[in-house]
Ligand binder design. Structure first.
Ligand code: GTP
Ligand code: SPV
Ligand code: MN
Length: 589
């Protein structure tokens, strides 16, 4: 069976792929099979079909050309961490940080769910490449899905179609991702990972990281497993180039938990009081980091688009992102104005008429846009897309930055003493939960390296792997920790954030160049007041002092909590990390 309009034929696929597609089709029994070629014409066709079926609504073409709204089922608006499983042969390999199910049991469960589930639907076969097509670090996969929305999003988010298929034929292996919307019933929803057989199976959700399998499922959970075996890292990190007024560009990679500012930092606009500085986006969510031939750590962005948080985006916080999503963008779960423009909390213009569920807007029934509403847009629409973003070898990394959303405790910025201490700083990260996943919002939880939801194996082994990077990379990047989210007693943010974050990044880069001054504290090196560029920023001295202070009594309690968290990993916890924690405690005495 083939569908009209497709321009690649199954005959071009390697036999292993053809066989798998046939097996899936005979289990799921779709009415049609469409092999995606990744062309613009195919994208337009998908859009037309979704407009006809009601899966998409066309937004005001005068103000938002090429923009569409998709409304999710209201029970399907975020990642579902409690329904996400790592199905390794051994439970210990998945670790206490993952839900685990035995592979045989998971396959039985999923086979039953997939049985006949695509009857009446089209099955899309989506070959995709994570990373530049010609990069030695790129990896391919194929997602089979019965969702046209997933196919259209994959076109924007990955290098999808004929070129990926050609690379798969050459590579000889690929990640097999099988996805069905099913009944969108939270009681029949599972996101399963089989790292040993490079398989992902996802049923019952059409949302983001649950359904776009190239993203978190492949590029973090499965790739992370492979990275450990092969000596590299797959991380929940943005990658950005910071160009100073002398024209020197440093690349940094930052791990912040979901909805904690990666896209915004990756697209940062320098404040007017920092003339000559420029920021270049390489990636906004995921980095694959490899020891390079020159002894440095190099990064590629496996993705080709952004699935970004909409609320809070406005001309002041991020004009660049705001302009980028005025054309050729798919919006998911935003509200609408009376003249059919997208509307969200924090847009700072217009008025909502319809909420994200399609009801007349009523503030009593909640926000107009869902707090986890998103835009999907091709990275090529970003005016500051780095010319190095498509480089096959990636970019060399000068600094790694961890960060969380902490209203207290964590200072604006500090630097780890060395790599091993930096691994502890990452492992000890904690952050207030956000709407990016189902569950409570605003509760502090441990989120090591911003990977709690995404590490596809035991965190104990993961930290050991991080420690081993020190032996593989002679010129290690510096490791830092930032916090843009400190609040005062009345709940207001102490730090203005967004573009002003460049002041902190400038200090980080100057530390890496050995130029900026710092005071050593128990937790790490903190900027001297005069070594951080504060000119043009109207912040009271007392606020700066508070942002750069270390409350030793509070940190002692934090060290106790870190201790009991790390103890949960038992014998898999690396001895070096335990030693680092003991050193931290000694410094806090
Ligand atoms: P994921 O896509 O879920 O991984 O999120 P992300 O880390 O890319 O977060 P994003 O940049 O989309 O920001 C999430 C929310 O935090 C948005 O509502 C932003 O407006 C807000 N935000 C981003 N940066 C800052 C900042 O520096 N300060 C403050 N106060 N808020 C910020
Ligand atoms: C995140 O939650 O970290 C995201 C969005 O980037 S999702 O694609 O749903 O994972
Ligand atoms: Mn993310």
């Amino acid at each position: 069976m083939t569908a009209a309009g497709q321009s690649i034929s199954p005959a071009q696929a390697p036999p292993a792929l053809r066989r798998w597609v046939e097996q899936v089709a005979s289990r799921t029994r779709p009415d049609r099979v469409h092999w995606c070629d990744g062309s613009d014409a195919e994208y337009r066709l998908l859009i037309q079909q979704m407009l006809a079926s009601g899966e998409l609504l066309k937004l005001n073409p005068a103000t938002h050309p090429g923009c569409y709204l998709h409304r999710s089922n209201p029970s399907d608006v975020a990642r579902v961490e409690n329904l996400t499983f790592v199905c390794s042969e051994s439970r210990e390999d998945a670790g206490p940080n993952n839900n685990w199910m035995a592979p045989a049991e998971a396959h039985r469960k999923m086979d039953a769910l997939f049985d006949g589930c695509m009857h009446g639907r089209t099955m899309y076969v989506i070959p995709y490449c994570m990373g530049p097509i010609d990069s030695p670090y790129a990896r391919c996969g194929v997602e089979i899905t019965d969702s046209a929305y997933v196919a259209a999003n994959m076109k924007l988010m990955t290098r999808m179609g004929a070129e990926a298929l050609a690379r798969i034929a050459g590579d000889g292996s690929f990640v097999k991702g099988l996805h069905s919307l099913g009944e969108l019933d939270p009681g029949r929803r599972f996101i399963m990972h089989f790292p040993e057989s490079l398989e992902i199976q996802s049923y019952g959700s059409g949302y983001g990281g649950n359904a776009l399998l190239g993203k978190k499922c492949h590029a973090l959970r499965i790739a992370g497993w492979q990275a450990r075996q092969e000596g590299w890292l797959a991380e929940h990190m943005l990658v950005v180039g910071i160009e100073n007024p002398a024209g020197v560009t440093h690349y940094i990679a930052c791990a912040f938990p979901s909805a904690c500012g990666k896209t915004n930092l990756a697209m940062l606009i320098p404040p007017s009081s920092m003339p000559g500085w420029r920021v270049w986006t390489v990636g906004d969510d995921i980095a694959w980091l490899h020891p390079g031939p020159d002894g440095r750590l190099w990064a590629i962005n496996p993705e080709a688009g952004y699935f970004g948080v909409v609320p809070g985006t406005n001309v002041k916080t991020n004009r660049q992102a705001f302009e980028m999503i005025r054309r050729d963008t798919i919006f998911t779960n935003v509200g609408l104005t009376a003249d059919n423009q997208p509307w969200w909390e924090g847009i700072d213009e217009g008025k909502p008429a319809i909420d994200w569920q399609g009801r007349p807007y009523d503030p009593a029934t909640g926000p107009a846009a869902h707090p986890n509403s998103r835009f999907t847009v091709s990275a090529r629409q970003n005016p500051n897309y780095s010319p190095m973003a498509d480089a096959p070898q990636g970019v060399p990394i000068s600094a790694l930055v961890f960060g969380g959303r902490r209203s207290t405790l964590a200072p604006l910025v500090f630097q780890a003493h060395d790599w091993q201490h930096g691994v502890l700083v990452g492992a000890a990260m904690a952050s207030e939960t956000t709407a990016a996943a189902t569950g409570d919002v605003g509760v502090v939880r441990r989120d090591p390296m911003a990977m709690k939801p995404f590490a596809g194996y035991n965190f104990g082994d993961y930290w050991q792997h991080w420690l081993s990077i020190a032996r593989r990379v002679p010129q290690l990047p510096g490791i830092f920790h930032v916090n843009w989210f400190r609040r005062d007693a009345s709940g207001r943010f102490l730090w203005p954030g967004y573009g002003e974050n460049l002041r902190v990044l400038a200090w980080i880069i100057e530390r890496c160049e050995g130029r900026a001054a710092a005071d050593e504290t128990a937790i790490g090196a903190i900027p001297r007041r005069d070594s951080i560029k504060l000119a043009g920023l109207d912040l009271p001295d007392a606020t700066i002092a508070e942002l750069l202070s270390v409350d030793v009594a509070q940190w002692r309690r934090e060290a106790d909590e870190i201790d009991s968290y790390l103890a949960g990993f038992g014998s898999r916890l690396p001895a070096e990390l335990r030693g680092e924690l003991e050193s931290l405690r000694a410094r806090l005495k």
